[in-house]
Design a protein around this ligand. Structure first.
Ligand SMILES: Nc1ncnc2c1ncn2[C@@H]1O[C@H](COP(=O)(O)OP(=O)(O)O)[C@@H](O)[C@H]1O
Ligand SMILES: [Mg+2]
Length: 720
């Protein structure tokens, strides 16, 4: 159904151009010229009540007067006429509309109101689909159809490009000419008041001419449709995304560490990963990568072999590979033997495989062939630098012959200028991706290998609860919403831990008290050593005010600490109401690692979960990973593996391994907690201590979403 409707936009037989003008430099003038000049085969109806003709083509005063109903109407008038024109289009039975006009949401509150008016008019015609407003238009090279005010027609090809920025489209077209990339569709979606990324992924996903989809994203509005469309198609068609605005100047103030660390960009990253997309971080890499992925040889992993005729470039490539998180393969014994038998004695005897400066095309090819046969190798990069005896063109020819004999990816970097051109042409024809410098090749390879990892994760959809809970979660929910959540915006440590504990996660149990004597009694009952923490509804970061004292061993220390702590905290925070201290058991953390586990509800993306290096320096090192709840074992495991501190959990340098199994279970339990409570805005467990035997929450903090408490939402509406 959707597809049929989008056909009127992308495969129209008749197009009405509303707002054409005689001015060759206006949007209307350029678009008409592009459409006529591009060789479009359908019917064009210029619409303009003030003119009899434009560029010699007769005009119609309005859409009602057209001899036949067009499939597509393109609106290029001033913004204020658009609501009325949408109504006229709807009444005339037009199903496809592109609004190029600007002056809507992007231009402030008046424009926003006008866009709402357009939406309201559109809503009266359920069969109508609209691209824009504030867009550049679309190009369909296969139909010679340029319905845009960007000049030039790109080559016909298999890449669908969807851009949120109109201005950028023109640059991309330029780049594309140079990179020899052809397009099936080229779309500027503008403000996407109706047709959005999700709809287009859905449409191009089913289009036989489109083999990969490239997105330029500034921000996503409807994340749910985006996710489901992307997940449905990214398995068959690579979807490559570039997201602009990675480092917003100021993140909104957050009450928790998780809140501060789960930045918008890292949430986008999690979305793209979960949807099986390939993300590129530099605009120029889009096409390098599109080209590589278009070859459809997706490596299973990140193990690269490098064949080179000079040491230097091999080292450069290795450096980039390692810095981007890749791996140089250790060649198998069998491969080493074959290389030793074949190559001159001074070859490098390892990876990178330096076949030496006097390498002939045959030597290059034979070494590459041997390496490709090694089952540890996922892909091979061949580097060539021109030296006295080097034959770039002939070498390219002999390497190209290998492409048909292997399913693995071969990449080539022919380093140099003019004398390399013929070789590069040969690679292009043979379907081998070639690059002008080693870093460029490595970056494309790493994007490819991350992409193949994301692809694997696509098959992960958490199904049943892999853990069992001690309490009925519905009953728990009722109790907490009634008795605990209304107490404060930021729940204190004992209330926060209680909920965490009820979900089957071990915690220490802080017992609050207002008096020194009682503190002693509690400490004695819990058993020394204990920890004292300041107890105040107004202080959430306790160490900041000297409000945490560890390893308290006897009555005397309890008394002294109590007095001291209450005094210091009062001095540092005169505004805070101090109710006393809490007493809890001291956990022996010497064998443990401090992690942070948390959740944060993002206005656009719903609740995300974070795990990372914890403690008081968590925000400094930013070693963390985001995912969407609920989690299963594999997703939880993958989160942990992606952390830089993962080796510490595994037992670094003979250290006893930590209880990773229990940690995974803890993450899954947390994810269910996150899924069950749309009323939680932020949740921090920092630290969560992981020892060889236990996983224990030493601190917890829940920030209640007061708005949701007042206006309850549907269950799971906070999850994408
Ligand atoms: N029960 C405990 N046993 C051992 N160490 C603890 C305990 N509670 C807290 N700590 C240590 O003290 C640090 C600060 O305590 P925490 O409760 O996290 O305070 P803050 O409000 O400053 O985050 C923790 O990061 C942890 O290293
Ligand atoms: Mg803490």
């Amino acid at each position: 159904m959707t597809i049929k409707k989008l056909n009127s936009i992308f495969r129209p037989k008749r197009i009405a151009l509303i707002g054409v003008s005689n001015n060759p430099d206006s949007v209307g003038g350029i678009t008409l010229r592009n459409l006529v000049g591009g060789g479009y085969n359908g019917v064009i109806y210029p619409v303009n009540p003030k003119r009899e003709a434009v560029f010699g083509i007769p005009c119609f005063p309005d859409v009602k007067s057209l001899p036949k109903t067009p499939d597509l109407a393109v609106i290029m008038t001033a913004a204020k006429f658009v609501p009325q024109l949408i109504r006229e289009c709807g009444e005339a039975g037009i199903h496809g509309v592109i609004i190029m006009s600007a002056g809507f949401k992007e231009s402030g509150s008046e424009g926003k109101a006008l866009e709402e008016q357009v939406k309201a008019e559109k809503a009266k015609f359920p069969n109508m689909r609209v691209i824009g407003p504030n867009c550049l238009g679309i190009l369909v090279p296969g139909l010679n159809m340029n319905v845009s005010f960007a000049t030039g027609m790109p080559k016909k090809g298999h890449v669908a490009f969807i851009s949120q920025s109109g201005a950028l489209c023109t640059s991309v077209l330029d780049w594309a000419y140079e990179s020899n990339i052809g397009f099936s569709y080229f779309v500027s979606i503008g403000n996407s008041m109706d047709v959005n990324f999700g709809d287009l992924i859905d449409y191009f996903g089913q289009d036989p001419n489109t083999k990969s989809i490239v997105l330029y994203v500034e921000s996503l509005s409807d994340v749910r449709t985006f996710m489901s469309a992307a997940r449905a198609f990214s398995r068959e068609k690579p979807i490559i995304v570039y997201k602009s605005g990675r480092f917003p100047e100021s993140a909104a103030a957050a009450a928790s560490h998780t809140g501060a660390m789960a930045s918008e960009d890292s949430i986008y990253d999690a979305v793209f990963r979960r949807a099986g997309l390939a993300r590129v971080f530099e605009f120029g890499n889009i096409f390098d990568f599109t080209d590589l992925v278009g070859r459809r040889r997706i490596p299973r992993g990140n193990r690269l072999a490098i064949v080179t005729n000079a040491g230097g470039p091999g080292v450069m490539a290795t450096d980039s590979l390692i810095s981007m998180g890749g791996k140089l393969v250790t060649l198998s014994d069998d491969t080493m033997k074959k290389l030793n038998d074949y190559l001159p004695p001074f070859w490098s005897h390892g990876n990178p495989i330096d076949v030496l400066g006097d390498a002939t095309p045959e030597r290059f090819a034979k070494a590459t062939e041997i390496v490709l046969e090694d089952e540890n190798v996922d892909a091979v990069l061949v580097l060539l630098t021109p030296q006295a005896m080097t034959a770039p063109t002939e070498t390219a020819e002999s390497i190209s012959k290998l492409a048909s004999k292997t399913t693995k990816s071969i990449m080539a970097a022919w380093l140099g200028g003019l004398s390399m051109h013929e070789g590069i042409q040969i690679f292009n024809n043979a379907g081998i991706s070639s690059y002008t410098h080693p870093e460029q090749a490595i970056r494309a390879f790493m994007t490819l290998s991350n992409y193949s990892q994301n692809q694997e994760m696509l098959y992960e959809t958490p199904e049943e609860v892999p853990v069992s809970f001690k309490y009925d979660r519905n009953e728990l929910r009722e109790k907490y919403l009634k008795e605990v959540f209304p107490k404060a915006r930021i729940l204190n440590e004992d209330d926060s831990k209680m909920l965490v504990n009820d979900y089957g996660i071990d915690t220490t149990h802080p017992t609050p008290t207002a008096t020194e004597d009682e503190a002693v009694a509690i400490a004695e009952q819990k058993g020394y050593p204990v920890v004292l923490k300041i107890y105040s509804p107004d202080i959430t970061h306790k160490s900041d005010v000297g409000g945490v004292a560890l390893n308290i061993k006897n009555e005397e220390m309890v008394r002294a600490t109590f007095r001291n702590m209450v005094k210091t905290a009062a001095a540092k925070r005169p505004d805070a109401k101090i109710e006393g201290v809490t007493v809890q058991k001291m956990v022996d953390t010497r064998d443990g690692i401090e992690l942070i586990v948390g959740t944060k509800k993002d206005p656009g993306f719903g609740t995300v979960m974070l795990v990372g290096m914890g403690g008081t320096t968590a925000e400094l090192f930013k070693d963390n990973r985001l995912e969407f709840p609920p989690l299963n074992e594999k997703l939880a495991n993958q989160m942990l593996r992606s952390l830089k501190i993962y080796p510490l959990l595994k037992g670094y340098r003979g250290d006893t391994p930590k209880n990773i199994e229990k940690l995974i279970e803890t993450l899954i339990r947390m994810s269910y907690l996150a899924a069950d409570y749309p009323e939680i805005k932020e949740l921090d467990i920092n630290p969560l201590i992981v020892t060889p035997s236990d996983v224990i929450a030493l601190d917890a903090r829940i920030v209640v979403d007061e708005e949701v408490m007042q206006n309850p939402v549907k269950e799971y509406s906070h999850l994408i």
